[in-house]
Design a protein around this ligand. Structure first.
Ligand code: ADP
Ligand code: MG
Length: 518
């Protein structure tokens, strides 16, 4: 059934049509900021010594079909997911218990936990916490005749990226779609490619509104005399996905009229201070390009600090602690980052033992049927303890084939897939197995196809796998769990070639896409 939708999609392009569409997409991407900085393998430092070049983000030529029921369900559940992760973050004891085992074997998790403990010992100066989340899914379609089910790949609580660029892709595809047949930039005719078929994508508006809401909730400057207030984006050195981030900061400055700055994670201790004399611990930022003006930071938005490579030395850990102990609202706090660990998702998905989902959501006025719908998005996940089922499934080559092994990491390129799992586990000490969780594979429709224009200009056609992300923002008080703002809106479709296990755009595995619902 689902198969037939994909059978003749996308419409075939003759060589002249393909060339024309590729050129149109390339030019549109440059004209509209659907861009990334080129990878060094594509444009070397010698050919671009001043770093002036940008190229199109990897993007599909066509939107991808996606089941409407799954799309609507993902959107409907997002504010519930927001509340769930806020509630988890408020339960420091529960997170601590889960982290206990990991701390012995995972330095990264251990160091994050230490940051939290150090700040907790001193006392947090800020109880408000901001989440800019993205819940990622696939339309699970194990057989061609099966009704697709919405299954979650992972839930992101830190640096949830691509909201800026994904809304651009929706505009690109909509423009192509809305043009009448024969129009210079139109698609060849196809029943799925109807004007208006791409849903609205409000990712930029919604993510920026979340940051603006936190900024407003911070209130007046806590400095004496008062300082102008701002939002600070903490970013990685050499970030190639900068235009995605700039889409959000521009919205903040242009629409919300909030001064917004970018700072490298390695520069935090050089350009920000917390005055010892002020018990409120405001975070003061002195822009290096305007050093006579100081700003007080209301909200720290992390687009860095999610990977061990972001902490090159103890100085970066010191910087993370410095931010955490400040009065600025963190997006996310260390605890909120840890709540998004794969192991938390595995514990939530475990059908036996305490009903964590119910206990977290029961305080948030969520009814049982909504909790069941949320639970239905979980794919089976296991720990690798000696008593659990996960160990057998992972070590047996025939069952490993239907699973993925995930460590407590973000950002792509970290997982072990299918038949590689048993050998991998046997190659590491058994006491390190608890760093990993095992997850059953989700099976998206087999017949899906698309054409992708990569950032180096290569055009690839063939079978694809789509992953849908839904954005949500929530502002809550860690002290009493009170939610001040909870919104969903905006989405991301990423498409990777069939047969490729990993799915990140930044890591070069997939392309940005949009959806036509069926
Ligand atoms: P990361 O934090 O590195 O993004 P993910 O859990 O998103 O980790 O895994 C990376 C990629 O691996 C996903 O984008 C997806 O393509 C693939 N993947 C992860 N889990 C599954 C799963 N259960 N079934 C199928 N593919 C998966
Ligand atoms: Mg992911």
């Amino acid at each position: 059934m689902t198969d037939s939708v994909y059978q003749d999609y996308p419409p075939a392009l003759n060589p002249a049509q393909k060339e024309f569409l590729v050129k149109t997409v390339k030019d549109w991407a440059t004209q509209n900021g659907l861009q990334v900085r080129p990878a060094p393998a594509f444009v070397s430092k010698e050919s671009d010594p001043h770093g002036v070049l940008a190229t199109n983000a990897p993007v599909t030529l066509f939107p991808s079909p996606f089941p409407r029921t799954c799309f609507e369900e993902a959107k409907a559940l997002q504010t519930v997911y927001n509340k769930l992760y806020a509630a988890i973050t408020c339960n420091e004891g529960w997170i601590g218990k889960i982290m206990e085992d990991l701390i012995d074997v995972d330095d990264f998790v251990s160091n994050l936990w230490k940051v939290h403990l150090a700040v907790q010992k001193e006392g947090y100066a800020q109880t408000l916490s901001l989440g800019l989340f993205r819940s990622d899914y696939m339309a699970h379609t194990p057989s061609d005749s099966a009704t697709p089910e919405l299954k979650q790949v992972e839930f992101n609580t830190i640096s949830s990226s691509f909201g800026g660029l994904s809304s651009r892709v929706a505009s690109l595809h909509s423009e192509l779609l809305d043009s009448p047949p024969g129009h210079p930039i139109a698609y060849p005719p196809h029943s799925l490619l109807r004007p208006g078929a791409i849903p609205e994508n409000t990712a930029v508006e919604v993510l920026s509104a979340g940051l603006a809401r936190a900024h407003a909730a911070y209130g007046a400057s806590k400095s004496q005399p008062q300082l102008p207030i701002c939002i600070l984006f903490v970013v990685q050195e050499g970030e190639r996905n900068i235009f995605d981030q700039l889409a959000l900061s521009r919205q903040l400055t242009k629409v919300h009229k909030i001064p917004t700055f970018r700072i490298l994670s390695s520069e935090i201790l050089n350009h920000t201070t917390i005055p010892d004399s002020n018990p409120s611990r405001p975070l003061i930022y002195t822009p290096p390009h305007a050093s006579t003006t100081q700003f007080e930071v209301t909200t720290v938005y992390l687009r860095a600090f999610y990977a061990p490579t972001d902490y090159k030395s103890s100085r970066e850990w010191e910087a993370r602690t410095h931010l955490e102990r400040s009065a600025a609202i963190k997006c996310p706090s260390v605890l909120n980052q840890l709540s998004g660990s794969k192991i938390v998702q595995q514990v939530l998905a475990t059908p036996t033992g305490p009903d964590h989902l119910k206990s977290f959501l029961s305080d948030t006025n969520t009814d049982d049927s909504t909790i069941s719908r949320l639970r239905a998005t979980f794919a089976p996940q296991y720990d690798l303890s000696s008593t659990g089922k996960g160990r057998d499934l992972a070590l047996n080559p025939s069952t490993a084939e239907n699973h993925v092994l995930k460590p407590q990491r973000e950002g792509g390129g970290n997982n072990i897939y299918k038949s590689a799992i048993p050998d991998f586990l046997n190659s590491i000490p058994e006491n390190e197995w608890k760093r990993w969780i095992l997850m059953e594979l989700i099976h998206p429709p087999k017949a899906a196809k698309n054409v992708a224009l990569r950032s180096d200009g290569e055009v690839l056609s063939g079978g694809v796998i789509g992953e849908l992300g839904i954005y949500g923002t929530i502002l809550w008080d860690q002290k009493d769990g009170k939610v001040h703002h909870n919104e969903q809106g905006g989405w991301l479709m990423r498409t990777k070639a069939e047969g490729v296990n990993e799915g990140g755009v930044a890591t070069g595995f997939s392309s940005l896409d949009s959806v036509v619902l069926f």
